[in-house]
Design a protein around this ligand. Structure first.
Ligand SMILES: Cc1cc2nc3c(=O)[nH]c(=O)nc-3n(C[C@H](O)[C@H](O)[C@H](O)COP(=O)(O)OP(=O)(O)OC[C@H]3O[C@@H](n4cnc5c(N)ncnc54)[C@H](O)[C@@H]3O)c2cc1C
Ligand code: SF4
Length: 279
């Protein structure tokens, strides 16, 4: 999957971009703060905030040190974890690695984004007794794409969270629960910014073991913006169950239609002028 393709699609847009107000459209845009909301939860946060959840916990006081949008500490964190920083080449995009492999599950996990490698790895950690709990993002009941962070205790609970919810998810908000439950060996599935905050606050967590399963993320939006986006570009926004931007800068969608799934794709021109203010 291309990392920058949504941004590239925006950069290549040739159609005029109407103001969001004209469309009753996105609540966020490049000309505005990331989380345009009067929600009290967001008070005191930087304009760029991915709602990672850290500020919903006792660690809020450490936000200025931990938040990547206040101060990017990735190089110092890499030095601490790996004893070195990224080298030229693939590591500049993927981070420090020993070996890079492409793999897929022989038997895909039900509802997985691709084949379910991520949830399978996390479930395996629990099955082997190597961790006590996993922070992962399920779907809020009654929705397909609204994220609901969960602290999974069993492999089945992890596997039930398969599939991307392509919007901001305050996963780290569960760190209070982790502390209260006395969890000492924790695994976390998270995007790059979530992992930065977590690693930056790691020494305050009192954990004996912390396993990270990172997932790539090039763009992220609020749930209302995702809903708006799907309404603009999907032929069936109420029944879409899976979407993915592909190499050819098209959006593939999987739609639930009378119990049958049909796949389709949208040429980039369809939605660009209506969605370029979201990403
Ligand atoms: C906002 C976002 C943007 C992404 N953009 C890209 C991209 O540009 N290119 C790319 O290759 N991959 C991207 N991904 C990752 C991709 O969608 C798949 O999750 C990943 O490739 C793993 O596939 P899988 O079948 O192994 O995962 P599965 O086994 O289906 O597991 C998916 C995992 O993703 C986690 N998850 C779901 N939604 C969220 C969320 N909102 N925040 C944090 N964790 C979540 C769940 O906890 C679950 O453990 C993105 C993910 C997110 C959340
Ligand atoms: S630490 Fe997380 S919740 Fe707090 S301001 Fe940064 S991104 Fe937002």
């Amino acid at each position: 999957m291309p990392q920058d393709h949504a941004a590239a699609a925006v950069a290549r847009a040739t159609l005029p971009t109407p103001e969001p107000e004209q469309l009753g459209g996105p609540s966020k845009g490049l000309r505005r703060t990331t989380l345009l909301s009067r929600d009290e939860r967001l008070a005191g946060r930087p304009n760029l905030c991915s709602d990672c959840g850290l500020c919903d916990t006792w660690l809020k006081r450490d936000m200025a040190q931990a938040c990547v949008f206040v101060r990017n500490r990735a190089e110092a964190i890499e030095q601490r974890l790996f004893g070195r920083n990224r080298r030229d080449g693939d590591e500049l995009r993927f981070g420090v690695f020993r070996e890079m492999l492409a793999a897929r599950m022989r038997k895909p996990v039900a509802g997985a984004q691709w084949s379910g490698m991520v949830t399978s790895l996390a479930a395996r950690l629990l099955a082997r007794g190597e961790v006590d709990a996993v922070i992962t993002a399920a779907s809020m009941p009654g929705t397909r794409f609204a994220p609901q962070p969960v602290l999974a205790r069993t492999p089945a609970e992890v596997l039930a969270t398969a599939g991307n919810k392509p919007c901001l998810s305050p996963n780290l908000g569960l760190l209070d629960t982790v502390r209260e439950a006395g969890v000492k060996r924790l695994a976390v599935v998270g995007t790059g910014c979530q992992v930065h905050m977590l690693r930056a606050a790691e020494d305050r967590l009192g954990l004996e073991r912390l396993d990270i399963i990172g997932i790539p993320c090039s763009d992220n939006v609020t749930y209302p913006d995702l809903t708006y986006f799907l309404e603009q570009v999907s032929r069936s926004p109420k029944t879409i169950v899976h979407s993915e931007f592909m190499q050819a800068i098209v959006l593939h969608e999987l739609v639930l239609d009378d119990g049958l799934r049909r796949a389709g794709h949208l040429p980039q021109e369809v939605g660009q002028r209506r969605v370029s203010d979201i990403f």
